[in-house]
Each structure stands twice: as structure tokens, then as C-alpha cells.
Design a protein around this ligand. Structure first.
Ligand code: C5P
Length: 238
């Protein structure tokens, strides 16, 4: 499937139309941003690494019955996906306190949460993706309560599958962000799952293997992404 004109350019990806109105080509860039675009940079080969990582994780999720937008990886930096209407919500799933939750609630990063915590943000860069609750989401017309229930149930299933998968590779899945879209009335998991959108800590050493290395200037950013890809490949081959 040939890509045609660029429809959208985001912070980490570009989306192209194809000759088939139901499909798009998603191109992964090396650009890295943090703190709502305030910090900008490049991570060498990030696009290649995140395309690989996302493709393998979406294939794993599809195999386990999660419906996603992903169709197939077609090159180093590109995948074909179903063209969804993105639901303007970010769904954050947390197993351990970290990042904005740790800061907001004065918790030590790494504290195991007594239950999986689900958060919603309204996807709007100009507002800094503000955290909202279910009533806000329904009130502004982003989703219905029924759709939110479905989204939460898929998010929990994704968490169960990925937490188990990564633990087998010696990685603790601390938290992650999901996005969903609609395709022919059906809700599909969309966007990406990568070290840009997840916190991965080495289960033995606690070393951070994700975008926090870029956000917090910890160094060895690319190396962390390479390590995550390697652990996924090893686990899939096992
Ligand atoms: O910053 P915060 O602690 O709220 O992030 C929670 C999780 O969601 C992290 O894994 C982070 O990488 C991800 N996230 C994201 N995109 C955002 C906000 C958070 O991928 N816009």
C-alpha cells in the first residue's frame, strides 16, 4: 500500500493517507519532546526502535484478543494501520506511583499501588492535556459512559497482558498511556506503546529504561530503548 499525502504531523509521528480510505501509513520520527513540548530533542533511531517495539507489542495484544488499529509493519519506520477517529482522551494506567502522580500526591516513586489506577486526560496540547474525570469526558462529548467502561476494560486487559509479558523479561511496568479510536463504530486501541509512552524499570536494579532518561537528562537514552527492544525480542523468541 503506497503512502500519499501527509494528513497530520504529531510530536513523534506523521500520518499519511493511502489509496484506501480505511488505512493510513504511520511514520515514526526521531523527535523527542517532554513537558508538553517545552523540552525538545532527538533520540537517534528512536523512530526505528519505537516502530519495532510498538509493532511487536500490538501483535502480541492482537494475539491475546485486544482489537487494535495495527495492521502491519512495512518498513523500518512505517506501519499500516486502520484509519480511526481518535477519541480525544489519554488513558493512563498506573501500577506503581511515579511521575506526575507521585509529584501531585507526594508519593515516593516506585510505591506499589493498592489497586491499578486509571486516569483520564483531555487530549489537547494547547491546554497541556488536563486531567479530567469520567463526567468531564462524557460532559464534553469525548465519549459516552458505555464507551468509557469498554475503554477501561480494554486498558486493564492490556495492563494484565503487558505487565506479565514484561515481568518475564525482567522489567516492571510502572505506568503507561493508551489512546483509542473509532473504526466503523468499533473502539480500537490506537497510537503507540513504547518507551515514549510507558515507564519501564529493570526489575532487579530499578534502572529506568524509558523516556524519563530523556526527560530527566539521565543519559544513555537510546541504549535504554535498544535494551527494551532486545528484551521484547528475546521474550517473544523464548
Ligand atoms: O507524566 P505522567 O506521570 O502523568 O505519565 C504517566 C505515563 O503516561 C508515563 O508512562 C508517560 O510516559 C505516559 N504519558 C504519555 N503521554 C502523555 C502523558 C503521559 O505517554 N501525554
Amino acid at each position: 500500500m503506497e503512502k500519499k499525502e501527509m494528513m497530520y504531523e504529531g510530536k513523534a509521528k506523521k500520518v499519511y493517507s493511502t489509496e484506501d480510505k480505511d488505512y493510513v501509513v504511520i511514520y515514526y520520527k526521531d523527535d523527542a519532546t517532554a513537558f508538553n513540548g517545552e523540552k525538545k530533542g532527538q533520540i537517534e533511531d528512536k523512530g526505528v526502535l519505537n516502530n519495532n517495539i510498538t509493532s511487536m507489542l500490538f501483535e502480541l495484544l492482537e494475539k491475546k484478543g485486544v482489537k487494535t488499529h495495527f495492521v502491519k509493519k512495512i518498513s523500518d519506520r512505517e506501519q499500516i494501520c486502520r484509519k480511526v477517529d481518535i477519541i480525544p482522551l489519554e488513558v493512563i494506567v498506573r501500577n506503581y506511583a511515579a511521575g506526575s502522580m507521585a509529584k501531585r500526591l507526594g508519593l515516593k516513586e516506585g510505591m506499589e499501588l493498592k489497586t491499578t489506577v486509571l486516569e483520564l486526560s483531555y487530549k489537547d496540547d494547547s491546554l497541556g492535556d488536563p486531567m479530567i474525570n469520567d463526567y468531564h469526558a462524557v460532559g464534553i462529548g469525548a465519549a459516552t459512559f458505555e464507551e468509557l467502561n469498554e475503554i477501561y476494560s480494554v486498558a486493564k486487559k492490556v495492563n494484565d497482558i503487558l505487565s506479565e509479558f514484561f515481568l518475564k523479561s525482567g522489567i516492571r511496568l510502572i505506568d503507561f498511556k493508551l489512546e483509542f479510536g473509532k473504526f466503523n463504530g468499533e473502539i480500537l486501541l490506537a497510537d503507540e506503546i513504547s518507551p515514549d509512552t510507558c515507564r519501564f524499570w529493570d526489575a532487579e536494579t530499578g534502572e529506568k529504561l524509558d523516556k524519563d532518561r530523556f526527560r530527566r537528562d539521565l543519559g544513555n537514552v537510546k541504549e535504554a530503548y535498544v535494551e527494551i527492544l532486545k528484551r521484547i525480542e528475546d521474550e517473544i523468541r523464548a
